[in-house]
Unconditional design. Structure first.
Length: 739
């Protein structure tokens, strides 16, 4: 008993160390883990700089839904919390006085603009009121600088032109007639009759403005209907703004609230044109003015400087080429002069999202660079910038500086009135979170040459909304490697090891091929093609080594590297992929090169099909939404400018190019077991491409299977569809790579 009594404290001491370690044991990443993660939107800073609001999307796997809500966190630090939870609420935007929030909700009449009061002392909303009940729904809301009106977008029938009341009644009538009709046929008389995943049904995107006529919520005073109806600022048979898959808005208010600037394409054949232009129009309505008419390529994402002197925007130079370099341009509203800020600084990367500093002297922007996306700062006034002005400074001595050296993907920059910088960041091991850069000094001088240096220090992330889930998951960091690819060029690849990696074991390989083709793999997060989830063990295996190559055509390595893929789809990129895999096999002893599977989507699906006809090194292939027959793909796609550019003309003008690079021409070489995935609502690459591939595989006696989604587009997005997608893909790879 004495010995037991003496040993008991020792046992308790050992247990006290062992229990926390046991409690914190991590498990491999699973699909269910991924669905538990909250999907954080961009930060929106209150006018007084005390609060950050942002949207958070919750996924309910059982209900097969994704629901956005609005959350808030103090900028000084504190616990984040939900402030609009009783209805779906997305895209929060502060009123200029900070006393209310606009947001989008589908609670009544589809997507509409709502307004909620806000108590700045408690950080709580004080009720919500529906502002719009527009027949064709409303999205993309923005407050006017004076807070007296709100801008929004809606897809309307362009022939419904006239007074606000007449337009409203006309759109409502057209919708009712379409819904009541027993005939669902459509008649087309021009191209771009469908786009991405939906038919246009004769509608156009227009920008509207609606007055905000109340000071309290709910409103205490009724107004005549003609005073409360939205007014169309962009009438006509054009999209304004143009179609976008996300990112920065393609419209903005001037600081004085007197005009808006927006993006619209007025070319006759929009399906073959990338000629988006910037237009300005008075908020009271009137004739729109094209301010970029001299550029036949794309101009987009306008943003006024806070002092109203300039409009910054992104532009390309080569018409018809959607992957030309995105340059940062500056338009002087007084003189009409335009400057290419990135050309002046010899910056050979694509400009992403951007934001002005409050003094209108600098622009912060993001740009991809070799697998990461960093924040840069550009002085638009001084031609020379003090060395070391932004701490860890690159390109010192010029007016362009890399502000952030984070290993990840930064985006969604916003600068508060006191100079604090807020942005989102994600990595391969963590989804989007909100982070903060605080200024050490803010220049107050009217003469920019007298401004002192501004130092920024990265502060802890603003919210930790997914921390509880992520701390329980075992993941491996992204690792980079370089090799000599096509033309002797240096090409970068990435590798992700399985969790709980054992260097003494041999692991099968999932060889991922990115889409675009002008895209890239990098240290970022994806819910659709997640390298960490692909690396995790499945029910029948210890995990996979995931290998990804940024072949010629990938972004983040300069425009020359991007352009190399034009007219050479199966050439240099294929060589890069094979040489990259050769390098990995040679330098990583834990790779089992006898058990490798190639997987790709979009252009990656095309390349998977190309590999199918040009290599027998893989045990299996997964081809998702890939081009199989280059000629039929041209005739069934919507954005014709893409195929025309990449294949150097149409199939009837340059058929040799389409035949040379079409995977279907090499069907007699098909031997590798292939899983085909395609969706009915994919209008970028029509579902017929998947059907043709599957038919060919079956006729050639190649082991094959097809996964068909009748309710998805180019991306598989519904939660339960996504679960089936991952399971089917992983089961297929497990089946053919097992020992």
């Amino acid at each position: 008993m004495r010995r037991l009594a003496l040993l008991l404290p020792v046992f308790v001491l050992i247990l006290s160390f062992a229990l926390p370690a046991f409690a914190q044991a991590k498990h491999p990443f699973t699909f269910d883990d991924m669905m538990k993660l909250k999907r954080v939107g961009e930060p929106v800073i209150s006018p007084d700089g005390k609060w950050v609001v942002f949207s958070v999307v919750d996924v309910d796997l059982d209900a097969n839904t994704k629901t956005p809500h609005v959350w808030i966190v103090p900028t000084a630090g504190g616990q984040e919390r939900e402030i609009i939870a009783d209805q779906d609420a997305d895209r929060p935007r502060w009123a200029p006085d900070g006393k209310s929030l606009a947001f989008l909700s589908t609670k009544e009449y589809g997507s509409q603009v709502w307004v909620a009061g806000f108590d700045g002392s408690s950080g709580k909303v004080t009720g919500a009121w529906q502002l719009t009940a527009f027949p064709t729904e409303a999205g993309g809301e923005l407050w006017s600088p004076d807070g007296k009106s709100i801008l929004f977008t809606s897809d309307v029938f362009p022939e419904c032109d006239g007074t606000p009341l007449a337009e409203n009644d006309c759109n409502r009538k057209r919708l009712r007639e379409a819904r009541a009709s027993k005939v669902k046929a459509q008649v087309f008389d021009r191209l771009l009759y469908r786009h991405w995943n939906a038919y246009t049904e004769g509608k156009r995107s227009h920008i509207f403005v609606i007055p905000v006529l109340f000071d309290t919520l709910p409103p205490t005073k009724a107004f005549p209907i003609d005073q409360t109806l939205p007014r169309d600022l962009t009438p006509g048979d054009y999209d304004a703004p143009v179609f976008s898959l996300g990112g920065q808005d393609d419209y903005a208010f001037s600081p004085d609230g007197q005009e808006i600037c927006y993006t619209s394409n007025h070319d006759k054949n929009e399906a073959a044109s990338t000629n988006n232009d910037l237009w300005i129009v008075p908020v009271i309505g009137g004739q729109a003015k094209n301010i970029t008419a001299e550029n036949p390529a794309s101009d987009s994402t306008p943003l006024y400087s806070p002092d109203g002197r300039y409009i910054a925007y992104r532009a390309q130079q080569r018409p018809g080429y959607e992957s030309d370099r995105f340059r940062l341009m500056l338009y002087d509203r007084k003189t009409g002069e335009k400057r290419d800020l990135t050309e002046e600084n010899e910056f050979d990367r694509w400009v992403g999202s951007f934001a002005w500093t409050p003094d209108s002297l600098r622009i912060l922007f993001t740009a991809e660079d070799m697998g990461w996306q960093s924040i840069y700062v550009l002085d638009v006034v001084r031609k020379k910038f003090p060395t070391g002005a932004y701490g860890q400074c690159e390109l010192c001595g010029s007016e362009l500086h890399r502000l952030m050296f984070t290993r990840g993907y930064d985006d969604d920059i916003v600068v508060s009135k006191d100079g604090n910088i807020w942005f989102t960041e994600m990595t391969a091991t963590a989804p989007t979170t909100i982070k903060h850069l605080g200024p050490g000094q803010v220049c107050q001088a009217s003469d920019p040459t007298k401004c002192g240096d501004v130092q920024f220090v990265l502060k802890p992330q603003v919210e930790s909304i997914n921390e509880a889930v992520l701390t329980q998951i075992a993941m491996s960091p992204l690792e980079s490697f370089w090799f000599h690819g096509a033309n002797g060029d240096n090409v970068e690849g990435f590798l992700v090891k399985p969790p709980n990696f054992d260097a003494g074991k041999k692991y099968p390989v999932k060889f991922l091929i990115h889409g675009g083709p002008q895209g890239e793999w990098g240290d970022d997060w994806s819910y659709r093609w997640n390298p960490e989830l692909f690396a995790a063990p499945t029910s029948s295996g210890p995990g996979y080594v995931v290998i990804m190559i940024n072949f010629h055509g990938s972004t983040g390595y300069g425009q020359k590297f991007i352009d190399a893929i034009n007219g050479d789809w199966g050439g240099a990129p294929f060589e890069d992929l094979m040489k990259g895999l050769d390098y990995a096999e040679e330098h990583y002893a834990f790779i089992d090169k006898s058990r490798e599977c190639a997987l790709g989507a979009s252009y990656g699906g095309y390349m998977a099909n190309w590999v199918l006809g040009h290599s027998d090194r893989f045990k299996c292939i997964v081809s998702h939404d890939g081009m199989f027959n280059a000629e039929s793909a041209w005739g069934t796609t919507e954005e014709l400018w893409f195929n025309d550019w990449e294949f150097k003309g149409t199939p009837y003008d340059n058929r040799a190019s389409y035949q040379k690079w079409s995977p279907h021409q090499y069907a007699k070489n098909f031997k590798t077991p292939t899983l085909v995935i395609h969706s009915q609502r994919d209008y970028r690459l029509d579902v017929s491409e998947g059907f043709q591939l599957f038919t060919t595989l079956q006729m050639e006696g190649v082991p094959s299977k097809m996964l068909y989604f009748p309710d998805e587009g180019h991306w598989v997005q519904k939660p339960q569809n996504s679960r089936l997608w991952y399971k089917t893909v992983n089961d297929w790879v497990d089946q053919w790579t097992k020992k």
